[in-house]
Design a protein around this ligand. Structure first.
Ligand code: 26V
Length: 757
């Protein structure tokens, strides 16, 4: 049937209307149904070994646009709607964004599902169906306020499966109901699935805010992603969530193994489990338990599982490496405690070093340690990150199991992060080098031939300018802030965390503010744009948001400064906002304290859209710098080895914030937090707490790199004025972004770890 007829049939059945008479919302649900119908017919890829990608987060973003592209009908649908006087992008505005993730780890999982399907590999995601997501962010009184983010509607991408598993908790059981989201392949007539587990009777959203009864496990377990863990009830709830996810997921794996005609002792030959950070680590003891229930001995069960599971580390921040009290696991899933004790006993036979034990003397279970002993692969997510794991954080493990360690530098799907979010740039690229780069992203390097082509460089600048103008319209409609599209768009979009150093960027803003007040204007007007959510219990992160919003307010009210310097913080930053903002960015802020950012993936998306990186030599920035060369990136700051030495208690040189504070420039910038101007718009207690912390502690060393950061950023803004030379930098960045396609990353996972076909 023709698309037009199919659409007409759906709108007639649902609304008794022709598509022409439908509103955008009705058209959205009709196109959702049409897409689901076409995807349903696609079989899963058939290969010997099937991947299960376990993750607490899948930050999928809206799916209509992506799925229309994958089905190859995006152009047709757009045209069809245009003939009816409708605009596909307005129809897409009606789609809610699934709120199933927090940051890079969750978005990486979504890019990976897209690439796994694109490459025709058989691999499904396994996670939880959170009803109210992380949270919806609002700004009130220059502060972040959290509310639930209910994204599920009657018409949604979730497909009921009828599959239900029983998850046995200490003292009670819960049914885990499975719903799927289809992941159609962009290049073959196949589809994979994201499996999301839910309870039978989910709770209603909280009346106000995001507080709820954290002891009501039966109804609340799938309410929120990362419920507040600042109290014991919250931490227990996280363990309940994790066990719910992995027990149901492990049961699914064994059910599918049986359906495919294999015996439990053939698990490792036919399934691989990728453990995305430590949230799913209990899948290891749970699979062992279930295999023993099916008749395997402990030795056999462990043997299968250690050839099935592989672990990816996404962070070296000590506070983010999960350690759960064994007593929590005893309460949540008592059937796992004897298995974990046995795993610990066996690990202690491999090494007597207490640093690699699973259970420590405080009764804490080190989840990553369990993954490393009982998985066959351990990978970091950028070259530098993997080296730091081997040399520092996981040194003792690397000595034990050098063959398990490998690097898989992250990537992003250029289908969403270039083709879909920036059709104008895509058209320009296609016009220069053809369309082959979609499946062979390294072919983007063909753009390098246009480095001296004034016409192409001019068009590149025009495409960027148009994206900036478009973004200004979107921001004004949402938040009533009208930005100047002629200014330099300096963009920092990522989770709010002290190690990412949004506070250092705020200190740059203060520096420019004071200069302009003193009559010294920058080469070009600059707009510093932020997007970030702070974890609800992370007090210092919330203070930093407060500082940024106060600076935004202060400058908006100042007619002397406003023409030269603006600050804009996007409310409820999410995938949809990223898709609007990334095409519009001139400068990509990647300024984490060297050694702390495992990889970063926003850095990759921004370079692919022609933003020039201003960054430290951290995470994947190192690889970006090597690829684009020193003329096409602005780097600054202490190197990772020095930073690691500064943290080392035994080292000679220790970092003391006060030493860096006591320079005439830095002191003035930091003390501005307590200036009458800022106190007039801000909360004195919050600003004073932040001031005290930066001056007296500054754990992530913003002051260490501050002066060099300001100098290099000034230089970037000056260079921006030389438009053609800047356009050449943009071009080189786009040309070199092919390496950061997640298709490349997934090929490497498959070749080195998964061996799916
Ligand atoms: C952190 C937090 C912070 C407080 C709220 C709860 C919570 C839960 C998990 C985590 C760990 C976050 C791990 C993570 O997102 N890592 C990021 O992974 C990206 C993909 O590999 C990588 O690009 C980023 O550098 C890394 O920070």
């Amino acid at each position: 049937m023709e698309l037009r007829e199919l659409l007409a049939q759906i709108t007639e059945e649902r609304f008794h209307l022709t598509p022409e008479k439908c509103g955008n919302r009705q058209l959205y649900t009709a196109l959702l149904a049409l897409t689901q119908h076409l995807t349903e017919k696609r079989p899963a890829p058939a290969v010997a070994r099937k991947l299960y990608y376990f993750s607490a987060e899948f930050l999928m973003g809206k799916l209509l646009d992506n799925n229309l592209l994958a089905l190859g009908i995006h152009g047709q649908v757009k045209e069809l709607l245009a003939k009816m006087g409708k605009d596909l992008s307005e129809v897409e505005d009606a789609e809610p964004e699934p709120s199933l993730g927090n940051g890079g780890l969750g978005r990486l999982a979504a890019c990976f599902l897209d690439s796994i399907a694109a490459l025709g590999l058989q691999g499904d995601g396994v996670g939880l169906n959170y009803h109210y997501g992380l949270f919806h962010q609002k700004f009130e009184g220059n502060k972040q306020v959290e509310t639930p983010d209910p994204w599920m509607e009657d018409d949604s991408w979730l497909i009921p499966t009828g599959t239900v598993f029983t998850v046995p908790f200490g003292g009670f059981e819960l049914k885990a109901v499975l719903r799927d989201i289809a992941i159609p392949s962009a290049y073959c007539d196949r589809a994979n699935r994201l499996h999301l587990f839910d309870v039978e009777e989910p709770a209603q959203p909280p009346e106000s805010g995001i507080d709820f009864d954290k002891t009501d496990i039966a109804h609340q377990i799938t309410s929120f992603l990362y419920p507040d863990d600042s109290d014991e009830e919250g931490r227990l709830l996280r363990v309940y969530q994790q066990y719910f996810m992995v027990s149901a997921g492990a049961q699914l794996i064994l059910k599918e193994l049986e359906e495919r005609g294999f015996a439990p002792d053939e698990l490792a030959g036919h399934a691989v489990v990728q453990i995305n950070d430590t949230h799913p680590s209990m899948v290891i003891p749970e699979l062992i338990r279930l295999l023993m229930e099916k008749g395997l001995s402990m030795d056999e069960a462990i043997g299968q599982v250690e050839r099935t599971c592989a672990y990816t580390n996404h962070t070296i921040l000590a506070e983010a490496l999960e350690k759960w009290p064994l007593a929590f696991i005893e309460k949540v899933a008592p059937q796992l405690t004897p298995i974990i004790k046995e795993l610990d006993k066996r690990a202690r036979k491999v090494s007597g070093n207490p640093a690699v034990a699973i259970l420590d003397e405080d009764g804490l279970v080190h989840m990553a340690h369990m993954d490393i002993h009982y998985g066959y692969s351990v990978n970091g997510v950028a070259a530098l990150h993997t080296e730091i794991l081997k040399k520092a954080e996981l040194k003792a493990f690397y000595a034990l199991y050098p063959e398990k360690f490998n690097n898989k530098t992250n990537g992003v799907t250029l289908r969403r992060w270039l083709e879909a979010c920036n059709p104008e740039l895509t058209a320009l690229i296609d016009g220069c080098i053809g369309a082959d780069w979609r499946q062979q992203p390294e072919k983007l390097e063909g753009l390098l031939a246009y480095g001296n082509d004034g016409q192409v460089l001019g068009r590149l600048l025009a495409v960027k300018q148009a994206a900036k103008v478009r973004f200004c319209g979107q921001l004004e409609a949402a938040q009533g802030i009208a930005l100047d599209p002629q200014s330099v768009f300096d963009v920092q979009i990522k989770r709010l965390h002290e190690y990412k150093r949004q506070q250092m960027n705020a200190l740059y803003v203060i520096d420019k503010y004071l200069e302009i007040k003193a009559g010294q204007t920058p080469e070009r007007p600059v707009t510093v744009i932020f997007g970030a959510k702070a974890a609800p219990a992370y007090v210092m992160a919330k203070h930093i948001i407060h500082l940024i919003l106060c600076l935004q307010r202060l400058i908006e009210n100042d007619p002397q400064v406003r023409p030269w310097l603006r600050v804009a913080m996007v409310e409820n930053y999410n995938v949809t906002w990223a898709e609007r903002l990334i095409p519009a960015a001139d400068i990509s802020e990647q300024i984490s304290l060297a050694s702390k950012e495992a990889s970063g993936t926003g850095n990759m998306k921004l370079m692919a859209n022609g933003a020039v990186t201003l960054g430290t030599l951290d995470g994947a920035n190192v690889e970006i710098a090597e690829l684009v060369g020193p003329e096409n990136i602005f780097t600054f700051g202490a190197h990772s080895d020095r930073v690691i030495r500064l943290y080392d208690a035994k080292g000679g040189e220790r970092y003391r914030a006060l030493d860096y504070y006591h320079t005439p420039k830095v002191e003035r910038l930091v003390d501005f937090l307590l200036s009458p101007e800022l106190l007039a718009v801000g909360d004195p207690l919050a600003l004073a707490a932040l001031w005290r912390d930066i001056k007296g502690k500054d754990w992530f060393m913003a002051l260490l790199d501050l002066e060099e950061y300001i100098a290099v950023k000034d230089q970037a803004v000056r260079q921006y004025a030389g438009r053609e030379a800047w356009a050449r930098k943009m071009l080189v960045n786009i040309a070199k972004a092919g390496y950061f396609s997640s298709d490349r990353t997934i090929r490497q996972y498959n070749e080195d770890i998964w061996h799916l076909s």
